[in-house]
Structure formats: C-alpha cells, structure tokens
Design a protein. Structure first.
Length: 99
C-alpha cells in the first residue's frame, strides 16, 4: 500500500486569518495577497461562483468571501506576478468593486 508521502503532493496555498464581512473593509485600503474562485453552494449571483480573498488590513491577515461578480471579473484580470497589491473595495450602487 502506498503512503501519502509517495504521491509527491506539495502543500497547497491556504488562507489564514479570521473571516470578516465586507462592510468591515469597505472604503479602506487593504492589501490583496491572493484569491481563489470556486463554485458557490449558494446561487445568489449570475456566475454561480464565490470569491475568497486573502487580504491584510492594519497588518492583520483576514479572509473575505463574496459572490460579487464584479469583483470576480476584476480580480481574474490581475496577473499573478502583480500580487500583492493595494486596493480599496467600494460599493457602487448594488455591487462591490475594486478602486
């Protein structure tokens, strides 16, 4: 029988910190360290996806989950070599966006 170590699977990136609500970071400058887009369990948006953001606010790493299609569309356009970057998340009408 094989051992897990035989599979040569490297440690995948994981997000650290407390989960925070979007309203806690709105209109504040945050550092965006990483993200991932997955299929959402809740079908609240057109894409059916959920965005997980690894952010840093005031020196503390935190995690945000959002179904914002606008944020998803914007962040997938950022090249991986451009991370981390500074951003402000704002509410524009009924949606959130990077500014």
């Amino acid at each position: 029988m094989k051992k897990f170590s035989d599979f040569d699977i490297k440690n995948t990136a994981h997000f650290v910190g407390d989960k925070v609500k979007m309203v806690k970071v709105l209109n504040k400058e945050v550092i965006i360290h990483d993200y991932k887009v997955d299929v959402s369990k809740f079908l609240k948006n057109k894409s059916g996806n959920v965005l997980t953001l690894q952010i840093e606010l005031s020196g503390e790493k935190q995690i945000i989950f959002t179904g914002s299609d606008v944020l998803i569309d914007q962040i997938v356009q950022v090249q991986k070599e451009d991370f981390p970057f500074l951003a402000v998340i704002v509410k524009n009408g009924e949606h959130f966006e990077f500014n």
